[in-house]
Design a binder for this molecule. Sequence first.
Ligand SMILES: C[S@@+](CC[C@H](N)C(=O)[O-])C[C@H]1O[C@@H](n2cnc3c(N)ncnc32)[C@H](O)[C@@H]1O
Length: 266
Amino acid sequence: MKIDYQEPSKDLLMRIDIHEKYGSANIDIWTNDLLKPQAEMNILDVGCGAGKLSFLFNEYTKGGAKITGGDFSEELLDKAREKNKKIGANIDFQFLDFNQPFNFPDNTFDLCTSAFAIYYASDLDFTFGEAYRVLTPGGRLFVSGPLPENKQMFYDIIKEATNATIPPMPGSSRFKGDIFNTISKIFAKTELHKFENHLTFPEVAPFIDYVRASLGEDRKLWTSMFNGNDEYEALIGKITDVATRWFERDGKLVMTKVVGGILATK
Ligand SMILES: C[S@@+](CC[C@H](N)C(=O)[O-])C[C@H]1O[C@@H](n2cnc3c(N)ncnc32)[C@H](O)[C@@H]1O
């Protein structure tokens, strides 16, 4: 299944900022507690975007791990390289398309991670086969992504606003099923962990910022709902009306992110 997907950096950075401002829990702490990356480890972060996870591991290991971040968006890689330089880190950010062979020898990395990215892969057997190949024996793969019950309220508001069927999102529709099954077929041991984060919006505006940054993320996946900018703005208007009604009724808007973490060992 080919998925046509591009992530504009402003949308990704907006969503990260909203999670930091309004979230009840910190996914970085969850990730580090689960993985405990060590200095001297060789780590590959696939679909690294602006480098969120790569910088997290760099900080956690106090610069001791050898980290490579790979992404196919030069725009996001540039953001990551800019920060790398600014903070004096030594992470190698390079082009990587996870639908193509990874440009590394077999048995190279102790840890291969991918946060909210690799589930967009066209051919899961191929991509997770590549992750397996570049890991050392006993090396670990960590993939995070949305579980089916993720941000139910977001979809409910859009459903009420449009009366339309929400198109299936490749992340939440594939994560617990196809993605987990493919990984457990290839790897020796596979576990599913869960992280919940309640985002409480104290007003409607930041929720609408989140909606815009999310429909941007999956813009091409949402095309059954709008055609061109005028229809997009009309859709945002309807969503704002419903969100405002919910806010007036409940005094707040709470959206729960339910994230899965698949941890597998080679
Ligand atoms: C939601 S972002 C997550 C970025 C980062 N891991 C984070 O947690 O902030 C998804 C990322 O997947 C990348 N991506 C999508 N398709 C890709 C592909 N075929 N090869 C490499 N990266 C890809 C996008 O460019 C984007 O950076």
